[in-house]
Write a protein that binds this ligand. Structure first.
Ligand SMILES: Nc1ncnc2c1ncn2[C@@H]1O[C@H](COP(=O)(O)OP(=O)(O)OP(=O)(O)O)[C@@H](O)[C@H]1O
Ligand SMILES: [Mg+2]
Length: 403
């Protein structure tokens, strides 16, 4: 279904075009590949060049990036990134960049507040010790709440574009399936069976043995907390399930697209590949693949490689043609007598190291070609010599993938 609606949109050939036609962009991929950085860079580029009001919804950004975006103490609050930061980077932004972080606990509290049928239920849930403990650790709670929060912000209509960063999931599918599983969980028979005795305040013959053993092992207070928690949560069931289904529909919607981020190392590529297939199976739109920290093209250049081969094979000859080594570098005196030999060794190693990088770059190029076959947009960002932690850095990275 998503496919046919999707075909109504012109095929985007660049990230710029892709983002101009979508309302939600979700970056996903293996751990540490640059999801948060890419999400922030894309949002900054859209705010700078396309215009409108753009929000980047981040998960656990590196501290320096969070600071740069003004996210330090704000938690769930959406905060405006000052236009001066764009000006300092030499760009006059056409639109506005906003940023928010995902605070799992706070988001769950807000969800309960919205869905609880009355004041008393709401307070009971929020005060339940298990709830307090479980919201952080609940299976899928983080994945689900990210989607839920996205839904809430999107529905509010406050932004023209929302770029969503995703948490490092153990399994990429967890994230996509979180709404579905959440709905299934709350409507599951197991759950109903577990809480039934507490609902009726009467143990059934079937569950009695289970409860008496569980009581001895876990303590009855613990079991009661669990049961109360689920009974209370069940009272929110309808709202919850409807909501989870709505979140799922939003993920399939033609206004939403996914950007898979990966480096070209073997493991992240495997995961990216797996993720791309999963998106396809679920009918979600794969908008682009961003390959991050990619080696520069010159490693594949024949002329440059020939120079490296020469250095490696004939270091002595090259060293002989160089002017005499300066005896003192950075204030350090070189021990006399072996300058020529030392120089030779360094040149040989440099040549060899280049050739090793070339092997990696060749493999990267092959993997890149394979990934290019599955999507209309493949963008590559180089490995920058410093971390990316401010608007200037985001725009520099953004420039390499935007057009
Ligand atoms: N192209 C790049 N060049 C240099 N450094 C980069 C590049 N892209 C990202 N980084 C740096 O790599 C680190 C990891 O990036 P980031 O936090 O975006 O990854 P992530 O995929 O969100 O990680 P996680 O899975 O832990 O959430 C950061 O310190 C970031 O500044
Ligand atoms: Mg991250």
């Amino acid at each position: 279904m998503a496919r046919s609606r999707d075909s109504q949109l012109a095929v985007a050939r660049t990230l710029e075009a892709l983002l101009a036609t979508r309302e939600i962009v979700i970056t996903c991929g293996s751990g540490g590949v640059g999801k948060t950085t890419t999400a922030a860079a894309l949002a900054a580029m859209a705010a700078a060049h396309t215009g409108g009001k753009v929000l980047v919804l981040t998960v656990d950004p590196a501290k320096r990036l969070a600071n740069a975006l003004g996210l330090e103490q704000f938690g769930n609050i959406e905060t405006s990134v000052p236009a001066e930061l764009f000006e300092a980077a030499g760009v006059e932004a056409r639109g506005e960049l906003w940023a928010a972080m995902l605070d799992t606990k706070q988001s769950w509290d807000e969800l309960v507040k919205r869905h609880a049928r009355d004041q008393q239920t709401r307070e009971q849930i929020l005060a339940n010790p298990l709830y307090q403990n479980v919201t952080g650790k609940f299976v899928q709670s983080h994945d689900y709440i990210a989607m839920e929060r996205l839904y809430e912000i999107h529905t509010s209509g406050r932004y023209d574009l929302i770029v969503v960063d995703t948490p490092p999931t153990r399994n990429a599918l967890d994230f996509l399936e979180a709404p579905e599983r959440m709905a299934d969980f709350f409507s599951s028979r197991l759950l109903r069976w577990l809480i039934a005795p507490y609902r009726s305040r009467m143990l059934t013959a079937m569950s009695k043995p289970f409860y008496s053993v569980a009581d001895r092992i876990l303590g009855s207070q613990f079991l009661q907390d669990i049961a109360e928690f689920f009974v209370l949560f069940q009272s929110m069931y309808d709202g919850f399930v409807q909501r989870a289904r709505a979140v799922e529909r939003l993920l399939e919607d033609h206004r939403t697209t996914f950007v898979v981020v990966s480096t070209l190392e073997a493991a992240p590529v495997r995961e990216a590949d797996f993720f791309i297939k999963a998106l396809d199976r679920k009918g979600f739109h794969l908008g682009a693949v961003v390959l991050n920290k990619v080696l520069p093209d010159y490693f594949l250049d024949e002329g440059v490689t020939q120079s490296a081969r020469l250095l490696n094979a004939d270091a002595a000859k090259v060293a002989a043609q160089l002017p005499p080594v300066v005896a003192k570098v950075d204030g350090i005196e070189a021990p006399p007598g072996r300058e020529q030999e030392n120089l030779e060794r360094v040149l040989r190693e440099v040549g060899e190291s280049f050739l090793n990088y070339r092997v990696v770059a060749t493999r990267e190029a092959e993997q890149q070609a394979e990934l290019a076959a599955v999507t209309d947009v493949v963008a590559t960002a180089p490995f920058f010599d410093r971390d990316i932690y401010d608007v200037d850095g985001l725009l520099r990275l953004g420039d390499t993938i935007w057009r």
